[in-house]
Design a protein around this ligand. Structure first.
Ligand code: GRG
Length: 294
């Protein structure tokens, strides 16, 4: 299947399931559920669900069996975007082509919509069926580890504390590993785990997710310089204006592109343990994300 078609088809499945999983916007308290749905259904790329479902397929499971785990990842990801956009964090006005959550609902509701999405993500994941190797407590522990103080939230703290000073490459990589790679690693690992993957397959997915996640963030940094709000659906040029540490700022645009290519190659190599048929979609996603323009 063509990669763009796969992305479109998967996003449609994920959105239909998210619609069924989340309380509708008339459920009390209606403002909160409206705010949660406003950001979830604002048209994200749904890359983490896609990675989760294709990792399950690579391990011999079905994409559909991984659909709820995939939705849990997207729900959690949406919380991070809402909170990241808050005035006390990145202070952004535009996200997914719409005014940010706090611009529409106010800061209090935006904080709580993020909190409720974070909580709901674990509720969804806890109901995913177990198998001979993993049960729901393993899934919950996995997501908690990748998104807690040692990884995603920790990465955001390193980012906040790094503001206003020149970071080393090691420091920048620690921020990226926490803020971006950790959730992408959780996506592929949870896909594999929900399909009852072997330890060897899980190691391969972990390495793939780590390198793809770093490459994804480098491309994100590059697009912040080269793209437009109309294309990305979020503000651009802020990293430069605020002198934020990014790959292009630290090592230059050409070296940043070369690093993204090199990480894409190592992510590809990590999938060698899978047969050609099983890994084809994960390889196609990896290549597509390197060349993406939004
Ligand atoms: C508790 C305040 C608080 C923070 C929690 C918010 C947070 C920790 C961390 C921020 C994580 C973050 C926003 C990282 C950036 C990762 C990234 C590149 C996001 C954009 O992902 P895409 O391009 O977005 O997949 P779409 O909109 O397509 O889903």
């Amino acid at each position: 299947m063509d990669i763009k078609e796969l992305i479109r088809e998967t996003a449609a499945k994920v959105e239909a399931r998210l619609d069924a999983l989340l309380p509708d916007e008339t459920t009390s308290p209606a403002t909160l559920h409206k705010a949660m749905r406003y950001s979830v259904f604002a048209g994200g790329k749904r890359i983490r669900p896609l990675l989760c479902m294709e990792a399950a397929r690579a391990c011999g499971g079905s994409e559909d069996a991984a659909l709820n785990a995939a939705c849990a990842l997207e729900v959690l990801h949406t919380y991070t975007l809402i909170h990241d956009d808050l005035p006390c964090m990145d202070d952004d006005d535009l996200r997914r082509g719409r005014p940010t959550n706090h611009k529409v609902f106010g800061e209090g509701i935006a904080v709580l919509a993020g909190d409720a999405l974070l909580t709901e993500a674990f509720a969804i994941l806890a109901r995913v069926p177990g198998n001979e190797r993993y049960d729901a407590s393993d899934y919950v522990a996995e997501l908690a580890y990748r998104t807690g103080s040692l990884n995603l939230v920790g990465g955001q703290v390193l980012d906040l504390e790094g503001e206003g000073r020149t970071l080393t490459l090691d420091e920048l990589e620690a921020i990226h590993d926490g803020k971006t790679s950790a959730l992408i690693m959780a996506a592929v690992r949870l896909g594999g785990m929900s399909a009852g993957c072997t330890a060897e397959q899980l190691d391969a997915l972990t390495a793939y997710g780590h390198d793809l996640g770093r490459a994804f963030q480098i491309i994100d940094d590059i697009l912040d310089v080269t793209s437009s709000p109309e294309v990305l659906g979020k503000s651009v040029g802020k990293d430069v204006r605020e002198q934020k540490a990014t790959y292009p700022a630290l090592i230059g645009m050409d070296a940043a592109r070369a690093e993204a290519r090199s990480l894409t190659a190592s992510a590809r190599a990590a999938l060698d343990v899978f047969s050609d048929k099983r890994r084809e979609n994960l390889l196609a996603i990896n290549d597509y994300l390197l060349k993406r323009d939004y």
